[in-house]
Design a protein around this ligand. Structure first.
Ligand code: NAD
Ligand code: DAU
Length: 358
């Protein structure tokens, strides 16, 4: 499959994970036509892709996945045979404040993308042959675990608790329904928490790195006892590449690195790392820890069993957590201008500035 020509739409490619997937595909597959389709919400930042924006196999299209007619035109115009769907509203706290936006984008947006793919692919003489709709989902659809050592497997029953995870669960069901009803070739993957460069600083790790640097309080929800299973974002992108090319149609794969951490332990590791890299004395920023009211419906523990993915496709994470955190903290400290443009809102002008010059 490596030398084959392909035309692939990656939705949400200007976001955190999407930008790493776009970068990997553009650099690794010069023979592919990679179309980054993104609405550029607050979470979309084309500056994340500055290093590849002039590559001949890369195209950016500003569009909303909810806009069925526009999506259908894009699929036709670019003769698209593969869709890697990452576009979503992704932040749990925002979903608690504004669930409608999550239902619109994550549920109706995914449905309109599926329907556009169905219409276009069924209109082709070869039909669904050589096509793939790959949907990126989350471990949060499985609900929450206790501290009994159990893990989420592909067989774990869906039990979402937040409006975010409920909307992702719904979108997963629609994707599987399009396979079962229409025969569309689909794959769904459910990944654990990602961390790394270019993450929007509303999420725990970039927010806290930035707050430590600026000596602002670190709002730890509840007692900081909740557990998340962390994966370096480039390892997620590598898994997506592998599954897109070698995964079995109609299957689900869980993606995770057996890397469970209590929030408070991550916060202490971040403080230690930032203080060391900035030359502060040990313990200098401990006083910034500030316990605040818990998130509503806060899931206690997530932990992924990635056995199926490693056994079938040989995937394993490339980085140990300590190494990944070191790289990540260094990246945010070295890229303070990126952080400043994101926190000031300046980044939203990048699209006009870049495309006005074309
Ligand atoms: P993100 O919030 O950083 O980026 C989302 C991107 O989607 C942005 O570029 C945004 O502009 C775009 N987008 C939003 N609404 C759109 C719409 N209506 N039309 C077109 N584009 C739109 O998200 P992320 O953290 O990179 O997550 C990407 C995907 O991976 C999501 O589907 C998320 O559920 C899933 N996921 C995330 C994690 C994680 O830890 N971040 C873990 C597992 C799965
Ligand atoms: O598990 C995968 C999911 O991971 C993805 O599907 C989501 O898109 C992604 O946002 C992430 O969800 P979380 O809610 O786990 O990530 P977040 O960074 O918001 O929070 C991580 C943990 O830290 C969580 O237990 C809540 C806590 N937290 C978060 C913030 C922002 C705090 O204690 N304080 C904070 O200020």
């Amino acid at each position: 499959m490596g030398n084959q020509q392909r035309s692939i739409v990656i939705t949400g490619g200007a976001g955190f994970i999407g930008s790493h997937v776009v970068r990997l595909f553009v650099n690794k597959y010069p023979q592919y036509n990679i179309i980054n389709l993104d609405k550029l919400t607050y979470a979309g930042n084309l500056e994340n892709l500055k290093d590849i924006e002039n590559q001949p196999n890369y195209t950016f299209v500003k569009a909303d996945i909810c806009d069925y007619e526009t999506i259908l035109d894009i699929l036709r115009q670019h003769n698209v045979d593969g869709i890697i769907h990452l576009a979503a509203e992704s932040h749990v706290d925002r979903s608690i404040r504004d669930p409608f936006t999550f239902a619109r984008t994550n549920v109706m947006g995914t449905l309109s993308l599926l329907q556009a793919a169905k219409t276009y692919w069924e209109s082709r003489p070869e039909g669904y042959e050589g096509k793939l709709f790959y949907h990126i989902s989350t471990d949060e659809v499985y609900g929450a675990l206790t501290f009994d050592g159990s893990l989420f497997t592909e067989q774990t029953k869906y039990q979402p608790h937040s409006p975010y995870s409920a909307s992702k669960a719904s979108s997963d069901h629609f994707v599987r329904a399009f396979h079962d009803t229409f025969g569309m070739p689909t794959i769904v993957t459910n990944c654990s928490n990602n961390y790394g460069p270019y993450q929007f600083p509303e999420k725990l790790i970039p927010l806290f790195i930035n707050n430590i640097r600026h000596r602002r309080p670190l709002p730890v929800y509840g007692k900081g006892e909740n557990v998340r299973d962390w994966l370096y974002v480039v390892d997620h992108a590598r898994a997506i590449d592998l599954i897109f090319h070698k995964g079995r149609v109609a299957e689900t794969y869980n993606i995770g690195g057996h890397n469970e951490w209590k929030n408070i332990d991550i916060v202490k590791l971040l403080i230690k790392t930032v203080d060391r890299l900035l030359g502060n004395p040990e313990g200098y920023s401990d006083c910034l820890i500030s316990y605040v009211a818990d998130r509503k419906g806060h899931d206690l523990r997530y932990a992924i069993d990635p056995t199926k993915l490693s056994r079938e496709l040989g995937w394993k994470p490339s980085l140990q957590f300590e190494e990944g955190i070191e790289k990540t903290v260094k990246w945010y400290l070295d890229n303070q201008e990126w952080m400043d443009r994101v926190t000031s809102g300046e980044y939203e002008k990048y699209y006009e500035a870049f495309y006005a010059n074309r």
